[in-house]
Design a protein around this ligand. Structure first.
Ligand SMILES: [Zn+2]
Length: 166
C-alpha cells in the first residue's frame, strides 16, 4: 500500500478522501496547491517590479530613454550567472554613483557591478546591523542619515548649558 503523502505546503498528511493535486512529483492538498501557485506568482511579479525599477534607475543614470541591448544582456547575465538580484544591482549603481561619487560610461554599461558587489553587500550588512532591521533595508534611505550625523559642534547649545549651570 502506498504511503500517505505529506503536503509540502502545510506539512500535513494528504488523506485519500481529500482533493489533491500532483505538482513536481509531490502531492498537495488542492487548497494548498492553489495558495502555493498564487504565492509563486506574486513572487515573480515582485521580481518584475524590481526589474522595472532597475531599468528606470539605469535610464536615469545614463540619461537615456530606453535600456540599451548591451545593458539588457549585462542585467540578464548578472541575474542568471552571478545570482545578483535586481535590487542588488540597483544598490550597486547607487553606491557607485551616489556614495562613491563616480560616473559611469555608457560604453561599458553596468560592467562595474560585479567588481563592487562585495563592497555593496558588506555595506548592506553594516546598514542592516546598524538599523537593527532584518529585512527589506532600503539602502538609498538607510545610507543618507549617516551623512547627517556629522554635525558641527553647536556652541550656542553649550553656552545655554553654561548659563543654566550658573
Ligand atoms: Zn496542505
Amino acid at each position: 500500500m502506498a504511503k500517505t503523502p505529506i503536503c509540502p505546503y502545510c506539512k500535513e498528511l494528504v488523506n485519500k478522501d481529500q482533493t489533491c493535486k500532483k505538482y513536481q512529483n509531490k502531492t498537495y492538498h488542492m487548497t494548498c496547491y492553489k495558495k502555493m501557485i498564487e504565492e509563486k506568482y506574486k513572487e515573480n511579479m515582485g521580481q518584475e517590479d524590481y526589474r522595472k525599477e532597475l531599468y528606470e534607475y539605469i535610464c536615469d543614470i545614463f540619461k537615456i530613454d530606453e535600456i540599451t541591448p548591451q545593458i539588457m544582456s549585462q542585467i540578464d547575465k548578472f541575474y542568471k550567472d552571478y545570482n545578483l538580484t535586481y535590487t542588488e544591482m540597483k544598490d550597486s549603481l547607487y553606491y557607485y554613483t551616489q556614495i562613491m561619487g563616480k560616473t559611469l560610461d555608457i560604453k561599458y554599461g553596468i560592467a562595474i557591478i560585479p567588481h563592487i558587489i562585495n563592497e555593496v553587500r558588506q555595506l548592506y550588512e553594516d546598514v542592516k546591523l546598524a538599523t537593527e532591521l532584518n529585512e527589506n533595508v532600503d539602502i538609498t534611505k538607510a545610507v543618507k542619515p549617516v551623512k547627517v550625523k556629522i554635525k558641527q559642534p553647536n556652541y550656542s547649545y553649550r553656552k545655554n548649558i553654561d548659563m543654566e549651570d550658573l
